[in-house]
Design a binder for this molecule. Structure first.
Ligand SMILES: Cc1cc2nc3c(=O)[nH]c(=O)nc-3n(C[C@H](O)[C@H](O)[C@H](O)COP(=O)(O)O)c2cc1C
Length: 363
């Protein structure tokens, strides 16, 4: 990898903002928010530290846009103006270090447990889900679909008002937007289901609404799971949806790969997912790729595949200075001691959560 590429700015075309280097802290749920969804000082501190130590983009944890989408305890909320003081504080502190600040806006859909929301989980269709006391989600009416779009748009406007550079719309990992996109989870026969065009409408209308209600320099990133078999998401359809999103003027496309080395079949070829997107989309959109990137050689491979921006999750949790360290000292891999993680500005609650991630915390 040329260090020069990694450290070079990336100019975003639509929003006209520039990212100071190619490193991205991916969205990382950390359970540190208050019961009402407001930010805690610990959550602000861990994100600010990574902005200070050199990440070009800082993404918050998934943040619910409406109470019905809250999917775990300690989740960040962007559902109400009451969240604004904490959000303003976070945006100011990230921005003061020159990083681009993004809030990941999210609704869990059928994966938002009744236990958390007190409601029957909602979705594109009536789907089986263990998170519901009835074992099924409730299909949204057409009016409710329009309302759900507005929840995302209102949340984005709130993030703009708080001072964030932009939002990342969470279209990955099987949550509400994925449930609309997926052939298996969307069985609607109205304008919001059936063809890919109709299944994408929910996401596309969210993007249109955000563009309409925020100024032009507000960054819109979209995160997708290029393949998500349980919802019926395939790589071919994901490419089509991505082309549509580019036509709608998004600024960044984020591919959640879990492991960038994994290959997929595309036509008669077997290629890494990022390479498929880069070949198919050309230079039309900056691509973030994320998944099992730790070392300098992984970064080189991600650039070779055609990524423009390098996303990390776990390496950024363990190493606040990952963007600088990756060129020089190398990175230690899990497991990490509790003392190491506390020094990296994780709270004891966050460290405990990381114990659920196999082999991450020592002992
Ligand atoms: C503790 C933890 C929390 C995560 N929370 C989110 C989240 O809120 N939103 C999201 O899109 N992905 C989330 N992910 C996925 C990461 O953003 C990332 O894609 C994944 O960890 C793979 O990257 P890595 O191998 O660099 O860790 C989470 C992952 C971890 C380990």
């Amino acid at each position: 990898m040329s260090e020069a590429i990694f450290n070079s700015e990336l100019q975003l075309i639509n929003s006209n903002k520039s990212i100071p280097n190619r490193s991205v802290l991916a969205a990382l749920t950390n359970k540190q928010s208050n019961e009402d969804g407001s930010l805690t000082e610990q959550e602000i501190r861990w994100l600010e530290r990574r902005a200070k130590e050199g990440f070009g983009v800082i993404t918050t944890a998934a943040a619910y846009v409406h109470h019905s989408g809250k999917s775990w305890a300690g989740e960040l909320g962007v559902h109400s103006d009451a969240m604004l003081p904490g959000l303003e504080n976070l945006a100011t502190r990230i921005n003061s270090h020159g990083a681009i600040s993004l809030v990941q806006i999210f609704h869990g859909g059928m994966r938002a447990p009744t236990e958390i929301t007190g409601l029957t989980p909602i979705s594109s269709s009536r789907n089986q889900t263990k998170q519901s006391s009835t074992n099924y989600s409730r299909e949204l009416s057409e009016n409710e679909v329009m309302q759900a779009i507005q929840w995302f748009v209102d949340a984005a406007v709130r993030c703009y008002n708080a001072g964030f550079d932009g939002v990342e719309v969470h279209g990955a990992h099987g949550y509400l937007i994925t449930q609309f996109l997926g052939r298996k989870t969307n069985n609607r026969s109205d304008n919001w289901g059936g063809t890919l065009h109709n299944r994408s409408r929910f996401l596309i209308e969210i993007i249109r609404g955000i563009r309409r209600e925020t100024p032009k320099d507000f960054v819109i990133a979209v995160r997708i799971s290029p393949e998500y078999p349980s919802c019926g998401i395939t790589i071919d359809e994901s490419i089509e949806v991505s082309k549509h999103l580019i036509d709608e003027g998004i600024d960044i496309l984020h591919l959640s790969c879990w492991n960038i080395m994994n290959n997929t079949y595309f036509g008669d070829k077997k290629l890494p997912i990022t390479e498929v997107f880069s070949r198919e989309l050309g230079n039309r959109i900056p691509l973030i790729t994320t998944g099992s990137i730790w070392e300098r050689s992984d970064v080189e491979e991600a650039f070779r595949q055609g990524a423009d921006l390098i996303g990390v999750g776990r390496a950024g949790i363990a190493h606040p200075d990952w963007p600088r360290r990756v060129h020089t000292t190398g990175n230690s891999r899990p497991p990490f001691t509790e003392a190491h993680l506390l020094e990296a500005d994780l709270s004891p609650k966050f460290v405990d959560y990381m114990r659920l991630w196999d082999g991450f915390v020592h002992g």
